[in-house]
Design a protein around this ligand. Structure first.
Ligand code: CDT
Length: 320
């Protein structure tokens, strides 16, 4: 048998991918990148020791969630961004991936120079077990506003980031097809359906979610429910595995939601974080469950009616 045939045979037998969610506790503004990357390397080591092949870190895993602040000074703002990935301070994470032979997805704030101008994106990179870049996603659904609004929790992502311009790509990770998503993306069904139609079997997601919002205190008790509900529905309705990592705990005075989890294509939570601190959650994902779930109800090619769904692509909101 040639090595290519061995590789193909191995791929055709692959039915499991062991996933790790590397939730972090807060990353305070005073923390240095070196210190934070050290925490991430330690989490990756724990994930690899537990047998994980692919790990996901939170959105903006390298810094505090700075869109909670009204900042104007460009040099102050740009200190939260990466101009290169890997850069000198993030390189140890890529080296660790290679040493441990584990892939990872990392959320971070990206500055890039494109179309003759400086651009800022809320980004997640997928890195292979050789420490090389596999693919990049830039957050599509940017919530909040550009200026603070009275009576609401300050959330200025739209001041600090442009909406993503890379679509909803799906990347090969060995023989598994992996899509990426960031925080508010998880609340929109379009995210999962686009990734599903692009062939995703596994979706890795990172988030920073305030545990309470000033605009609707009466919904505070539902924050965790509204965290899991769309991801469970997204996994079930699109027959995908989802691994979602929070940056949790009290970060620079603001309580952030935990609840990091791994969700099966059945919609069940297969593994769940119990802390709001650095924590690794691992699950051996059965990829055959995807076809089982498709067989039960979701033979997309046979039953979907794309011609009847035109409005979804043409119209943003309801017209009365
Ligand atoms: N980071 C992020 O997208 N957070 C949002 C909070 C929105 S509150 C205005 C989320 O959907 O969790």
């Amino acid at each position: 048998m040639t090595s290519q045939q061995v590789h193909q045979r191995k791929n055709s037998m692959t039915r499991y991918l062991t996933l790790a969610v590397c939730q972090t506790g807060p990353v305070q503004r005073t923390a240095s990148r070196v210190e934070t990357v050290g925490r991430l390397v330690h989490l990756l080591e724990r994930a690899a020791a537990a047998g994980a092949e692919l790990a996901v870190f939170p959105e903006m895993a390298l810094t505090t969630f700075f869109p909670r602040w009204d900042l104007d000074d460009d040099s102050e703002i740009e200190a939260f961004y990466e101009q290169a990935m890997p850069g000198p301070t993030t390189r140890p994470l890529f080296d660790a991936a290679r040493r441990l032979s584990i892939g990872f997805a990392l959320g971070y704030s990206e500055i890039s120079f494109e179309e003759g101008r400086k651009r800022r994106f809320n980004t997640m990179d997928l890195v292979g077990p050789d420490g090389g870049l596999v693919g990049r996603y830039r957050k599509m659904h940017i919530p909040g506003g550009e200026t603070p609004r009275n009576g609401t929790t300050t959330h200025l992502e739209r001041r600090y980031f442009e909406p993503g311009n890379l679509g909803f790509p799906v990347f090969p990770f060995g023989s598994v097809r992996v899509g990426l998503a960031l925080c508010n993306d998880r609340r929109w069904p379009e995210t999962y359906r686009m990734l599903c139609l692009n062939g995703a079997q596994v979706v890795l997601l990172g988030y920073n979610t305030p545990a309470a919002l000033k605009e609707a205190p009466s919904l505070d008790h539902l924050r965790m429910f509204h965290n899991h509900l769309p991801m469970q529905a997204g996994a079930y309705q699109n027959t995908i595995w989802i691994a979602a990592a929070a940056k949790a705990g009290v970060e620079d005075g603001q309580a952030m939601l935990g609840g990091s989890c791994i969700i099966a294509p059945t919609g069940e939570i297969a593994a769940l974080a119990i802390s709001v601190d650095d924590e690794v959650v691992v699950h051996r994902a059965d990829l055959d469950l995807i076809t089982t779930c498709q067989r039960v109800n979701f033979d997309f090619a046979q039953y979907r009616r794309p011609a009847e769904y035109r409005l979804i692509a043409e119209q943003a909101g309801p017209v009365f």
